[in-house]
Design a protein around this ligand. Structure first.
Ligand code: UDP
Ligand code: MN
Length: 275
């Protein structure tokens, strides 16, 4: 299961990283990513959004994709974006498809390290559920019966190997992801779990180092931050859920992403003011 042949080692260039975003977050979220972890993976990252933005397109060029999906948080809009992400990944021919939301800090070297432990020619669905139990939904094919499956929370990030993505294509490729999502009427990340676990009978592999803002992020020990693959932030009714890291002030860096970036990579120019 583990890859040992050095010549076959997965590198950053083998990974397709997609970031889901929306027009209203270009300012508050995408710009923050462009100043932080994006700089470590410029060639690999594609932003999937729902509008044109000349300012960001100047930086991203053809790595900014207007999906033309609607600009709301509806199930259809989100699965429309995932459908486009999946098709771009398939066309990229990369070994790995990794997805994150625009409120995620991706620790790029840790992602590469982690993926080096798995063979892209085997079927892998790597991520982290936020529920403590599998999702249970009514089975539309057999009324009265229930389906249960695990899914990786989209907001924590997940990765899918090429081998598995090829098997998912009949349900997720060529725009069929939207049809699949509509048949079970579930959000995009749940739909992926449904395709992988229920339709293809493969299991989610839990990677503890993925973290969405559904977790208590402030509980992660500062000395363990460098081992984490993804981290996030959120605000619930005025209460911040952010990581605990030294660096810029809370007003300068409310999400803590700039501080985290400097904590992990102190040699960046933006980090000089801290030392
Ligand atoms: N998003 C989107 N369209 C919307 C709202 C959000 O594509 O109308 C994206 C957003 O850019 C992010 C993800 O969906 O990548 C999750 O959004 P958010 O963090 O606002 O909500 P959450 O579901 O995490 O509470
Ligand atoms: Mn979020």
């Amino acid at each position: 299961i583990r890859v040992h042949k050095d010549s076959d080692k997965t590198e950053l260039k083998d990974i397709f990283i997609s970031v889901k975003t929306t027009s209203k977050y270009h300012g508050p979220r995408v710009k923050l990513l462009l100043k932080t972890w994006y700089l470590l993976a410029r060639e690999q990252v594609y932003f999937f959004t729902d509008g044109n933005d000349t300012e960001i397109a100047e930086i991203l060029g053809d790595h900014l994709i207007n999906t033309n999906c609607s600009t709301d948080h509806s199930r259809r809009a989100l699965s429309c974006k995932m459908a486009v992400e999946f098709d771009y990944y398939m066309a990229s021919r990369k070994r790995w498809f990794c997805h994150v939301d625009d409120d995620v800090y991706l620790n790029v070297p840790r992602l590469v390290d982690m993926l080096q432990g798995y063979n892209h020619r085997e079927d892998w669905y790597l991520g982290k559920p936020s529920l403590k139990h599998p999702l249970e939904v009514a089975d539309r094919e057999t009324p009265g019966m229930k389906l249960t499956f695990w899914f990786a929370t989209g907001g924590a990030g997940f990765c899918i190997s090429r081998s598995l993505a090829l098997k998912m294509a009949p349900y997720a490729g060529g725009g069929r992801f939207m049809t699949t999502a509509e048949t079970i009427r579930l959000p995009d990340d749940c739909t992926l779990g449904y395709i992988v676990e229920h339709l293809l009978k493969h299991k989610l592999t839990v990677v503890e180092e993925f973290h969405s803002h559904l977790e208590a992020l402030w509980l992660i020990k500062p000395h363990q931050l460098d081992k984490q693959i993804t981290l996030s932030f959120s605000e619930y009714s005025g209460k911040q859920n952010v990581i605990n890291v030294q660096g810029f002030s809370e007003t300068e860096d409310p999400t803590r992403f700039r501080s985290l970036h400097c904590f992990l990579f102190p040699n960046f120019r933006e980090c000089r003011v801290l030392s």
